[in-house]
Design a protein around this ligand. Structure first.
Ligand code: TLP
Length: 352
């Protein structure tokens, strides 16, 4: 990868590895809308096997994967229960409402990323013609806006049991579910055993250039395939992309622990930079959230512009806050250079 910047904005910025590029060049392909792309079929089987589900469906993006899941589970006027900080609620352009007429019931995310069972209980509607019909609960693991935190297998199981009790479906936005599994040192299937569907992303920390996989029962995936087509997500010789996805799953999962270790190092050292408050000084996975101390006269967009001049790109999430994300293309030296850049930019603005 030709990279002049240290890019900590997201793990979505990762480029494919040389091994992926080679596999892409050599991929056997066919028409996947006709179900004839052998490489896509292999990726879908591999993904389903790893997640302990019957079937998988290769989807162009995480957003489309979540949307396809919602539209497969819910009809117009149905309700999905989501966290107020969930990606689906905040950052998917309202697709479920715009395209599916699915109404969100928003419950507070706790700082650990969970939705409290008592809040879920209150969110489930009575059968009454005044109300939408409760149909779906969505959990996010790892939870992005809560700091890349992991939801444990016990919690996932508890919500699964609750969903079954209420005859609701459970979807997991597992964009970074492999980060969660690696951090918890559990098989990924243990985290999603009780989920009816799961989306995970190949093109974040796992480095593939494009794509996510939606997994669930054979019957669910059969229906989701039609929804993907409706959304314009049926791809033809997609084996070119799936080839990178196979390497992502086979070779890139265990190494996520390195990204987590670098996030810990980054957080620990940023705690020593005057003018910054690290919100998660002990990150569980690959994200560090920080904000400017009260009394610092510079704002986050300005800090980020100055960091960029020093070769470091960061994501400012509001005028006083940043998110930094470690990934395959950020090494130890980059972490130290980023730290030096932060210290240099903040030095002249720290309150005395
Ligand atoms: N998240 C992106 C931005 O959209 C915020 C990022 O940089 O983190 N679920 C979760 C939990 C996500 O974090 C994302 C992407 C998605 C779904 C959507 O994935 P894509 O970008 O493939 O549509």
């Amino acid at each position: 990868m030709i990279q002049s910047f240290i890019d900590l904005r997201s793990d979505t910025v990762t480029h494919p590895t040389p091994e992926m590029r080679q596999a892409m060049a050599q991929a056997e392909v066919g028409d996947d809308v006709m179900g004839e792309d052998p490489t896509v079929n292999r990726l879908e089987e591999l993904a389903a096997e790893k997640l302990g589900k019957e079937a998988g469906l290769f989807i162009p993006s995480g957003t489309m994967g979540n949307l396809a899941a919602i539209l497969t589970h819910c009809g117009r006027g149905d309700e999905m229960i989501v966290g107020h900080l969930s990606h689906t609620y905040l950052f998917e352009a309202g697709g479920s409402a715009a395209l599916g007429g699915v109404h969100p019931f928003v419950v507070p995310n706790q700082p650990d990323g969970t939705l409290r069972l008592e809040d879920l209980r209150k969110a489930v509607r009575e059968d009454d013609p005044h109300y939408p019909t409760s149909r779906l609960i969505i959990l996010e693991n790892t939870h992005n806006r809560c700091g890349g935190v992991v939801l444990t297998p016990e919690y996932m199981q508890a919500v699964g049991a609750f969903a079954r009790e209420k005859q609701l479906k459970l979807h997991v936005d597992g964009a970074r579910i492999f980060n969660a599994a690696v951090a918890l040192q559990v098989p990924v299937a243990d985290l999603v055993r009780d989920a009816d569907s799961v989306t995970f992303c190949l093109s974040k920390g796992l480095c593939a250039p494009v794509g996510s996989v939606l997994c669930g029962s054979r019957e669910f995936i059969y229906r989701a395939r039609r929804i993907r087509k409706q959304l314009g997500g049926g791809m033809r010789q997609a084996g070119i992309l799936a080839a990178a996805g196979i390497i992502a799953l086979e070779k890139m999962v265990d190494r996520l622990a390195e990204d987590h270790a670098r996030a810990r190092l980054l957080a620990e050292r940023l705690c020593g930079v005057k003018g910054l408050v690290v919100e998660n000084p002990h990150p569980q996975t690959n994200m560090v959230y920080l904000r400017l101390e009260e009394g610092i006269s510079i704002d986050a967009p300005e800090v980020s512009a100055q960091l960029e001049k020093l070769g470091v790109k960061v994501d400012w999430v509001d005028v006083r806050r940043f998110r930094l994300v470690t990934h395959y293309w950020v090494n130890d030296e980059d972490i130290h250079r980023a730290l030096a850049a932060f210290a240099q930019v903040l030095r002249s603005f720290s309150p005395r």
